[in-house]
Design a protein around this ligand. Structure first.
Ligand code: ZN
Length: 289
């Protein structure tokens, strides 16, 4: 790629202002598809200019670098729904696309016991640089798809695919799948109802994490815009192989299709976030009529 003088100028961090790294992968799909699929933590890649962030290579195989299996599940779901999907192409260790631009964990200095040398003394200039080059294009690509897919006031639902580590700080996690949601319970409730028809599932309701997080991807694109959304967490050991990812995409699709077709889901409707409230929120089982 040819670069002009301006593009090759060095930032104060000593890195080129631009590199030839593509931060976003877009899977084309029907604009009238019922869902837009997102995968914030699809990749463990880091642009060449960053080397390995000072980490030994084996750290990039761990969940701290990416959501193992999530990209394969996202691709399979996008194909099943003929839907567009937006996947990040950079590791969350570089910058986390699922954090607000002013969130203190946007660039992690330490993650699950691993110190990240290239992040340990990061300054605001470098955080801004990573935000502009990687974080923003990912968020913009997702927002552009939402705009393209919303016609006559009918939005797609946003379905964000993540995966979680089976053991956290020595404790095994019991769920195979978790539904994370904030103030808007529409799709969470519908999907929970459909998933419960699969009797062998242990489903987390805002487990292993609470879905209310100010500035995260679904907060900005779902909550703030009134677009129905759900974050689906799948246990990594179930989807670490291509066959596992396909199988779990199939199970999710089986429940997601009827959930998305329910009345009142694909409407713009604003539900306030719970991110700032101190008390524990009601669970779906209790809010369900
Ligand atoms: Zn994730």
């Amino acid at each position: 790629m040819k670069m002009n003088l301006e593009e090759t100028a060095l930032s104060s961090a000593g890195l080129p202002d631009r590199d030839d790294f593509t931060p976003v992968e877009l899977l084309a799909g029907r604009p009238d598809a019922a869902a837009l699929f997102l995968c914030d933590h699809a990749s463990n890649a880091v642009p060449k200019t960053y080397g390995s962030l000072g980490l030994p290579p084996e750290q990039f195989a761990r969940h701290i670098a990416w959501d193992i299996g999530a990209a394969d599940v996202t691709r399979a779901l996008a194909a099943m729904f003929e839907a567009p999907a937006v996947l990040s192409r950079f590791s969350r260790l570089l910058i986390d696309p699922n954090r607000g631009a002013d969130d203190p964990t946007l660039v992690m200095r330490i993650s699950d016991g691993a110190l990240i040398p290239a992040n340990a003394h990061i300054d605001d200039t470098e955080i801004t640089r990573r935000t502009q080059q990687y974080w923003q294009p990912y968020r913009d690509a997702a927002a552009a798809q939402l705009d393209r897919m919303t016609t006559n006031g009918i939005p797609p639902a946003i379905v964000s695919i993540h995966s979680f580590t089976p053991i956290w700080r020595g404790t095994p996690r019991p769920w195979q799948i978790g539904l994370l949601w904030d103030g808007d319970a529409r799709l969470a409730q519908a999907l929970m109802g459909e998933l419960e028809a699969q009797p062998d599932l242990t489903i987390g309701d805002n487990e292993p994490y609470d879905g209310a997080l100010e500035g995260d991807t679904l907060y900005d694109l779902g909550t703030m815009r009134g677009i129905p959304h759900i974050l689906i967490e799948i246990r990594q050991d179930l989807i670490a192989t291509q066959a596992g990812a396909q199988a779990w995409a199939g199970r999710i699709a089986l429940a997601l299709k009827p959930a998305l077709a329910r009345a009142g889901i694909r409407m713009i409707e604003r539900h306030p976030s719970h991110a700032r409230s101190q008390s524990r929120r009601p669970a779906l089982t209790r809010t369900r009529a």
